[in-house]
Design a protein around this ligand. Structure first.
Ligand code: SF4
Length: 307
């Protein structure tokens, strides 16, 4: 088990120490898996750095795999195409089908899972945990989001399973290779908890993966890019801070989040396309409005009448 203090201590290391650490993590993972590894490449700056570390310091031939979810910034897809030795995989379900069937990814992965379960579970015990928390008071829907249980549409975390997890699992099964993933413990509570449990390499059954960037911070990533004059996706120079999925609603409620404003201004066709996706006859636009999210159409009077 790792500790919060250990993470803070390592996060304070110099860039060179962190590079050495990441090289050590990947090398040890490769040794334990018999060299059967691949880099999970999103085209974002973190995995761009991770791929460079692996190719520059560990093994030039480690393949990179990019999942084109159909939900990517065109600038990211173009950057991936320009990167050598990248295998592109695709999900079997289209985003439209996932939204229709399971609901919108809103608030956070954790909260949307809790809301989905509170709404659809047949277990009274689970429903009570989602509403009021476990004995330790954890696992419940935040008070401010409880009203979404009664929404005329579903929210769900399932989108990640279909757009990302399953395609990578399929690739893993077919090739026998194990993934190296460029996530950082500082990015979310879930990632921090995962790191506390497994450290930078996980060998738990069903979860064999390496996370060599776990102790890095965003400023380390930019420092590495500057140090090695590394090419990165031009989307960051357009004011975008995170390159994840274009239409994802995880975190869009956070004050100051401008993702939908950016989309409407810079990619109006894509914005319209996603805002029209529906679950249970309710559009994404209407769902955002229902949840009180600030986005370019939140003052649209016509939309407000519907609810
Ligand atoms: S990050 Fe959001 S939009 Fe992307 S796959 Fe996961 S839930 Fe879906």
């Amino acid at each position: 088990m790792m500790t919060y203090e250990e993470l803070k201590y390592r996060q304070a290391w110099t860039l060179e120490q962190k590079i050495d650490h990441s090289v050590g993590v990947v090398s040890s993972f490769a040794a334990k898996t018999g060299g059967g590894i691949f880099s999970s490449f999103s085209g974002g700056k973190d995995s761009t750095v991770m791929v460079d570390i692996i190719r520059r310091f560990v093994d030039r031939t480690v393949p990179s795999v990019f999942c084109n979810t159909g939900n990517e910034y065109p600038e990211v897809v173009k950057f991936v195409r320009q990167t050598e030795n990248v295998t592109v995989i695709r999900p079997e379900m289209h985003i439209r089908q996932i939204i229709e069937k399971y609901g919108f990814p809103l608030i956070s992965k954790e909260q949307s899972q809790y809301i989905r379960q509170a709404k659809h579970t047949h277990s009274e015990k689970l429903r009570n945990i989602r509403l009021y928390g476990s004995i330790n008071g954890i696992g419940k829907i935040a008070e401010r989001w409880k009203f979404i249980i009664d929404a005329p549409f579903d929210v769900s975390e399932k989108c990640c399973d279909f757009l990302k997890k399953k395609p990578f699992e399929k690739f893993r099964r077919e090739t026998g290779l194990f993934p190296i993933i460029g996530t950082m413990a500082s990015e979310s509570r879930l990632r921090f908890q995962k790191w506390l449990k497994h450290g930078c390499n996980s060998f738990e059954t069903n979860m064999i993966a390496s996370y060599p960037m776990s102790i890095w911070t965003e400023s380390d990533v930019w420092a590495y890019i500057r140090k090695f004059n590394l090419p990165y996706s031009p989307i960051y120079d357009m004011g975008i801070k995170r390159t994840g999925c274009l239409f994802c609603g995880f975190g869009c409620h956070i004050k100051g989040d401008r993702r939908f404003y950016f989309l409407k201004e810079n990619k109006p066709k894509i914005y319209e396309h996603f805002m029209r996706l529906e679950n249970n006859g309710v559009s994404y636009r209407e769902a955002l409005l229902y949840c009180g999210i600030d986005f370019p159409d939140s003052n649209n009077q016509q939309l407000q009448i519907k609810f």
